[in-house]
Design a protein around this ligand. Structure first.
Ligand SMILES: Cc1cc2nc3c(=O)[nH]c(=O)nc-3n(C[C@H](O)[C@H](O)[C@H](O)COP(=O)(O)OP(=O)(O)OC[C@H]3O[C@@H](n4cnc5c(N)ncnc54)[C@H](O)[C@@H]3O)c2cc1C
Length: 393
């Protein structure tokens, strides 16, 4: 059986695995990417979601020289309105203080497409599509993955195989998890009024509804809705024809982007969150959704995964400069120390924010109303919240 040697073997070529491959290849490492689907084929990108890229992530994308390609497809967020139940109770954010945008909305297919194009030009990256790992073994200080026709012999294995990580299952790494028993429906649509680069987040009893400003398409205003609701509600919504869905949505998003003109795409995602009890095993690092996944209420899951990638990039750079072998015990423990707490904090914040906005009785509605008023009037609190959302705190 053929053996391929590498410094780094990445299992999973999604938004995080592909970004890890690209950034680490720039440090001169030999990299293998194993993807179970035919992902690295531009025609087969099926993810119709958009991602809100934070200012913090943007800075790293600039550093590794890929922002130029992505920003061509990015719509800046200049304002955010948070609306609790009705238009009279809201918080308004802009970012004139930092003279930068609050974030950027990009279609996932554009991020992946830019990445795959860049990766195909990197001579030190070998990509294998449609492969399935059969076994993982250790040989001295190397870790080996066995596939059907070949094996990869490496120093460091990165598990970026998503929230149902098969590597995590092989190693039985314990996790904390939560099933919200809800779904998020993502609807991209054309609308009548200019969004003026405003993102809206409406908080309803059954879950939040976000409207994210997208780039114009063929001169038409375009945005994306991410609406969390009960499984029953989303299933019944999907059973309706588009005209009925449009009239339900028009009622919900009043006072924002005008009338919905046409639904372009619809996709649903089950809502589950988890946190691995540790982000490493012997010579293995868990990255992105294989380490943590969150309620999408704050649009931060991928951004946090990108912080994992940036932290790994800095660690690998340090090890390379000292001539050390990647993936030893200290390497794994430093990665854990730098990244676990940030993920734990986001897991708690997203979970608690969801619970607070769900509460619906006279007492809690009054408390929330007062808290929103307090935040709206307090510059300090508003700055702290917008720095958190921008990933610059
Ligand atoms: C509705 C919704 C909206 C969101 N919006 C935002 C947002 O605005 N901002 C944000 O920061 N985050 C957002 N997120 C979170 C974000 O989408 C995820 O954090 C991100 O996609 C995770 O990327 P990943 O590469 O870690 O995992 P994935 O995208 O799941 O990729 C995993 C890859 O591994 C492959 N794979 C799986 N198993 C194997 C195997 N055994 N062998 C080989 N390959 C394998 C898969 O085919 C896939 O290509 C949102 C999430 C949802 C559900």
């Amino acid at each position: 059986m053929k053996e391929i040697k590498s410094n780094i073997n990445i299992v999973g070529g999604g938004l995080i695995g592909a970004m890890a491959a690209y950034s680490l290849s720039k440090l001169g490492n030999n990299i293998v990417v194993l993807e179970q689907k035919s992902k690295f084929d531009q025609k087969k990108i099926l993810d119709k979601r958009t991602t809100a890229i934070s200012e913090g992530t943007k800075k790293f994308l600039e550093q590794i020289n890929i922002w130029k390609e992505i920003c061509y497809h990015a719509e800046p967020i200049k304002r955010i309105q948070i609306i609790d139940r009705n238009q009279s109770n809201k918080i308004y954010f802009d970012n004139q203080r930092r003279k930068s945008n609050l974030g950027y909305i990009v279609k996932n297919e554009h991020i992946l497409d830019s990445l795959y194009r860049k990766l195909q030009k990197q001579k030190n990256v070998k990509i294998f599509n449609n492969v399935c790992i059969k076994d993982i073994i250790y040989q001295g200080n190397r870790i080996i993955t066995k596939q059907d026709n070949f094996f990869v012999n490496t120093n460091l294995l990165l598990a970026s195989d998503g929230k149902n990580s098969s590597i995590r299952k092989i190693f039985k790494t314990p996790i904390y998890n939560k099933d919200y028993k809800k779904k998020a429906i993502v609807i991209n649509f054309y609308h009548s009024k200019n969004h003026h680069n405003t993102a809206y987040e409406f908080f309803f009893k059954n879950g939040p509804l976000a409207i994210l400003p997208m780039q114009k398409n063929k001169n038409k205003f375009q945005s994306s809705i991410v609406w969390t609701n009960t499984n029953e509600f989303i299933n019944s919504l999907l059973s309706l024809d588009d005209n009925k869905i449009v009239s339900i949505l028009n009622e919900k998003i009043k006072g924002s982007v005008g009338e919905i003109k046409k639904i372009i795409t619809k996709q649903t995602f089950p809502l589950k969150a988890h946190l691995n009890s540790k982000f490493f095993e012997n010579k293995i690092i868990y990255l992105g959704d294989s380490a943590h996944s969150f309620h999408p209420i704050a649009g931060q899951g991928w951004n946090l995964g990108m912080q994992d990638v940036e932290s790994l990039y800095n660690l690998v750079k340090k090890y390379n400069s000292l001539g050390l072998e990647l993936g030893d015990e200290i390497f794994c423990k430093v990665f854990q120390k730098d990244n676990f707490f940030k993920a734990y904090r986001l897991y708690q914040i997203t979970d608690k924010v969801d619970s607070i906005f769900k509460l619906d009785n006279i007492f809690f509605n009054h408390v929330r109303f007062s808290a929103i008023n307090l935040i709206e009037r307090s510059k300090k609190l508003k700055n702290q919240i917008s720095d958190f959302a921008m990933g610059v705190n």
